[in-house]
Design a protein around this ligand. Structure first.
Ligand SMILES: NC(=O)c1ccc[n+]([C@@H]2O[C@H](COP(=O)([O-])OP(=O)(O)OC[C@H]3O[C@@H](n4cnc5c(N)ncnc54)[C@H](O)[C@@H]3O)[C@@H](O)[C@H]2O)c1
Length: 344
């Protein structure tokens, strides 16, 4: 029968030091069980560091994503909320570990020399093997990442990066320079951006004529927009720029169909951005073949409808206004972003 090894860890968050540690441990045994230890105390810890809560599902997803193609590595979870916090609950912790891994354990791997005496006392039949306690592979800790994930970005596995990515969304009415500014910002920050899907949808589904849009199209646009957003986040470098979101789609639905779509409301409630940039429509209106609201009267009508929607969804107070010529818009946007996210 093959040998079974076990690793315990918080992985709050998972970093490349952990990955290196798991990889190396897995080469020493026939089966490796990685136990993700979590507790109700973790939320507070994340709050103290000013980062979003890293749930156990987040950690399991990261590990499963990385190791789904390595059959002899298995990922399990252990809830330690009911026992005294480390280091006061070693005995209880080992009891929970035995329940989580009821099969015979041959080895327990860690990078912690201080665990040795506890394992010897509480799991005498198991061999404790130290792996890279000096952290020579990647000299990084979970604490350092929690303190500043952006400064330590290089240590975050690709699957973890989207969790910390700051999402900046650009909104505005027709021909306000959103798309151009989105691209410039992405280039300036060496990152990805999500394009406005509505325009492509008109070409793909409506023969390139906005007049052919129907009420039922807007929800499809809003949903596909989210897919593009997720894709951009996946390839981002600390920050991502998103051209348009569901309130703007709702705005077009109201402008052209005279009514809002409650299904888009649901998307609006679930979306979440770190920064909203509102581009005033004070640049020259550009006829790109699709647009049709170029008169001052039409532009002001659009502005009014969008302002009402931003109020309705409690976003009006969050948006940062950007106006002026193209150079001024770029400078202003850079200033706002650097002010908001000084460590990126
Ligand atoms: N309640 C208790 O008394 C008690 C007792 C023992 C353990 N525990 C729990 O067990 C878990 C132990 O997890 P942890 O704190 O060790 O988790 P962790 O996520 O910080 O680290 C997991 C493992 O990765 C190793 N590692 C970390 N950074 C590394 C790097 N850069 N290079 C190589 N290896 C690296 C660590 O040495 C450790 O063995 C915790 O959740 C703890 O609460 C609780």
């Amino acid at each position: 029968m093959g040998k079974t090894g076990v690793i315990i860890g918080k992985f709050l968050p998972l970093h490349l030091g952990h990955v290196n540690f798991i990889n190396r441990s897995s080469t020493k045994t026939d089966k490796l069980i990685v136990v993700v230890c979590h507790s109700s105390r973790d939320k507070k810890m994340c709050e103290e560091y000013g980062i979003p809560e890293i749930t156990v599902k987040d950690r399991l997803r990261w590990l499963h994503t990385i190791y789904q193609d390595i059959p002899h590595i298995e990922i399990r979870s252990l809830d330690e909320s009911s026992i005294p916090a480390y280091p006061d609950g070693w005995k209880e912790f080992v009891g929970l570990l035995k329940k989580t891994v009821p099969e015979k354990i041959d080895f327990v791997y860690s990078g912690e020399p201080s665990y040795d005496s506890f394992f010897k006392e509480l799991l005498p039949e198991v061999e404790h093997i130290l792996i890279d306690p000096e952290r020579t592979g990647y000299n990084i800790s979970g604490t350092q990442i929690r303190k500043n994930p952006y400064k330590n970005w290089e240590y975050l596995p690709a699957v973890v990066r989207p969790f910390f990515c700051k999402k900046v969304v650009l909104i505005g009415t027709e021909s306000c320079g959103k798309t151009t500014l989105t691209k410039f910002l992405a280039k300036a920050f060496n990152t990805s951006w999500a394009e406005e899907y509505g325009r492509n949808y008109v070409y793909e589904e409506c023969g390139g004529n906005e007049d052919n849009l129907e009420y039922g199209d807007y929800i499809k646009i809003a949903m596909h927009q989210k897919k593009l957003e997720a894709e951009a986040v996946r390839h981002s470098n600390k920050i991502v720029f998103i051209d348009t979101e569901a309130i703007v789609t709702q705005f077009y639905c109201k402008l052209y169909e005279g009514k809002e779509d409650p299904a888009i409301d649901e998307i609006i409630k679930r979306q979440n951005y770190d920064l909203w940039l509102y581009l005033e429509n004070d640049v020259k209106w550009v006829d790109d073949g699709l647009r049709k609201n170029g008169s001052d009267k039409e532009r002001n009508k659009g502005k009014k409808i969008l302002a009402e929607l931003l109020e309705k969804y409690n976003i009006a107070d969050k948006v940062k206004m950007i106006s002026g010529n193209y150079e001024e818009r770029l400078d202003k946007a850079l200033e706002i972003i650097k002010g908001e996210f000084y460590d990126i």
